[in-house]
Design a protein around this ligand. Structure first.
Ligand code: DON
Length: 572
């Protein structure tokens, strides 16, 4: 029970709140190569906000490709969904270029400032200092998003960055109607925000959250975006803006330096690729755990005949796969530039066969019986994902984040930018859960300029006749969401069905299965509980999955935004 009290506390916290080539391109397979010959003719975007989707479509109409659209959507989301992502955040972009089937992942994940240290969130007794890794200026990693967008635009885009940033600048300058979701998030942190003149100036009226529909203008954010449009996205990391950012963060007790910003690089990394039921599944590599965990889970499931088991047995197998991959996440995964990540082993079929051998169809495996880390929690819909397909067939799946709602909830004076609290994604102490209940160890310990482990799992599934571009926010639940979506897609579900389907989740620790209403029938819930699963019905629904599908056989393109959110999918 104590464990779940902690999980609840974490949930409350969660709710309250340059370029280097490091890998060869992923070799196109037969299906990717044949895909290169076809084009959908229609473009589609699904994102967490209709205005961000519209921003991407505007760029596609104005000469841009999917990669330019991704820059436009990222920038627009920073304006209209400031809860989820922003220029001061980071994330991973998964790219597919249709002309040659080339695929790459842009790692725009934040890294720790040089002055960060392994025990920086612990007190003299070695215990975590409450909220230091989430609410303080120390919680902020060095942002990666502007560098990621710069790389996207310079290497893969077709139009100038100033054009791709224009819709976001307009939205910041002219304003957008306050949505119910952002309204709710502002209310949750009102006590903190009312005392912050920068937040109050931009989002509050007379110290209160204005009604839904109120036009929110962010002139300082508009000025920052205009500066970047004029001087280039890399000017975030040098000169006047960098100095302003560092001064603003240090004034709040943070440890950023101009040297940290100047040292930041977005990196290209080789995607993680697997095969499942004849489909090619592509996702992002470390520093996200998402791709490895997704492929490992699919490899485990491939050891079973999912069509030959009962529906409840199938769910049990998915739960057991989730449990095992989250154990491996906790043990082995971190920034690959700092630790040796056993990518080949974790994604090998032989390894998965070994893990599958310990799965019983009639009994849950207690997490404690798996060798691992002893130590739980949940996630609201912070962070953001968008999926893009352009008329030529280029694809982007991107998950970008500030971590919690509005990151640390602190703004950098005069910039219109919120500080991320991504440092909480490190393991501050072995076995101590972070804001999403995730545990870790040395592999994900804090070190200067190290990237904190992420769970983002943007995914491409190419089943030959059909293609899925997808992903979701959701903290520790992200991996499971991409797994469930992949399985649903391969079962023939449409984009709308995939995003709406009820979800369940297991993350090794806590040893519990959380589930949304409708994810299990009463009989299934009884059966799972009877064989040892500790079931926790969720009080709310989680995630904000954004799916684009393309059926090569029929030519049909669909875009669907998760009904749990307020996003928009559009095809044109
Ligand atoms: O990168 C990660 O894994 C987290 N910072 C994502 C946080 C998130 O999805 C919050 N949403 N519920």
């Amino acid at each position: 029970m104590k464990r779940f009290a902690r999980a609840g506390a974490c949930l409350c916290l969660a709710l309250l709140f340059a370029i280097a080539w490091v890998a060869a391109p992923a070799a196109p397979t037969a299906s990717a190569a044949s895909a290169a010959t076809a084009a959908p003719g229609h473009a589609a975007i699904a994102s967490a906000h209709p205005l961000a989707t519209a921003a991407g479509l505007e760029i596609l109409r104005n000469g841009g490709n999917a990669f330019d659209a991704a820059v436009a959507v990222s920038a627009a989301l920073a304006v209209v969904e400031p809860t989820g992502s922003g220029l001061t955040g980071g994330g991973l972009y998964l790219l597919h270029r249709q002309s040659d089937g080339f695929e790459t992942a842009i790692d725009a994940r934040e890294f720790a400032p040089a002055a960060a240290s392994r025990d920086m969130f612990l007190d003299a007794k070695g215990e975590p200092v409450p909220r230091l890794s989430t609410d303080s200026a120390l919680a902020a990693g060095i942002p990666g998003e502007p560098a990621g967008m710069a790389l996207l635009a310079a290497k893969y885009g077709k139009v100038p960055v100033a054009r791709s940033l224009a819709p976001a600048i307009r939205l910041a300058r002219e304003g957008f109607p306050l949505s119910a979701r952002v309204h709710e998030s502002l209310e949750r942190r009102l006590a903190q925000f009312a005392g912050d003149p920068d937040v109050a100036r931009n989002f509050l009226r007379d110290g209160a959250v204005p009604p839904v529909g109120t036009i929110i203008r962010q002139p300082e954010l508009a000025a920052t975006l205009e500066y970047l449009a004029q001087h280039g996205l890399d000017s975030f990391y040098h000169g006047k803006l960098a100095a302003q950012l560092v001064a603003g963060v240090r004034a709040q007790g943070g440890i950023w330096t101009e040297a940290d910003l100047a040292a930041y690089r977005a990196l290209e990394r080789k995607p993680i690729v697997g095969q499942y039921r004849g489909a090619r599944v592509v996702s992002v590599p470390p520093p996200s755990s998402g791709g490895i965990a997704l492929i490992e889970a699919l490899n485990i499931l491939a050891q079973f005949d999912l069509s030959g088991v009962t529906p409840v047995q199938r769910k049990q197998l998915v739960i057991e796969a989730m449990r095992r991959v989250h154990r491996d996440r906790a043990l082995y995964l971190g920034d690959p530039d700092f630790i040796d990540v056993p990518v080949s082993r974790l994604t090998s079929v032989d390894y998965a066969a070994g893990l599958a051998a310990s799965i019983r169809l009639d009994r849950a495996t207690p997490s404690a019986s798996l060798p691992g880390i002893g130590a739980g929690a949940a996630a609201g819909p912070q962070t953001t994902h968008f999926s893009v397909l352009d008329g030529d067939g280029n694809r982007v799946a991107a998950t970008i984040t500030l971590n919690f709602f509005f990151g640390s909830g602190r703004m950098i004076a005069g910039t219109g930018l919120f500080l991320n609290n991504e440092m909480d994604d490190f393991s501050m102490k072995p076995g101590v859960p972070n804001g999403f209940g995730l545990v870790g160890a040395d592999a994900n310990a804090i070190a200067p300029h190290k990237r904190m482990l992420s769970s983002v799992t943007p995914v491409f599934v190419d089943a030959g006749s059909r293609v899925l571009i997808g992903g979701s926010p959701g903290g520790s639940r992200i991996i499971g969401m991409s797994l469930l979506a992949t399985l649903a897609f391969l079962d023939g579900q449409s984009a709308a069905e995939i995003v709406a389907a009820p979800r369940f989740h297991q993350q090794y620790i806590p040893d519990a299965v959380q589930y949304e209403a409708g994810a299990f029938t009463d009989d299934e819930a009884r059966a799972l509980a009877g064989q040892g699963d500790l079931l926790e019905p969720a009080a709310y629904r989680w995630g904000n999955f954004q799916a684009v599908t393309w059926d090569r056989a029929t030519g049909k393109v669909e875009a669907a935004s998760d009904p749990r959110g307020e996003g928009g999918g559009a095809v044109e």
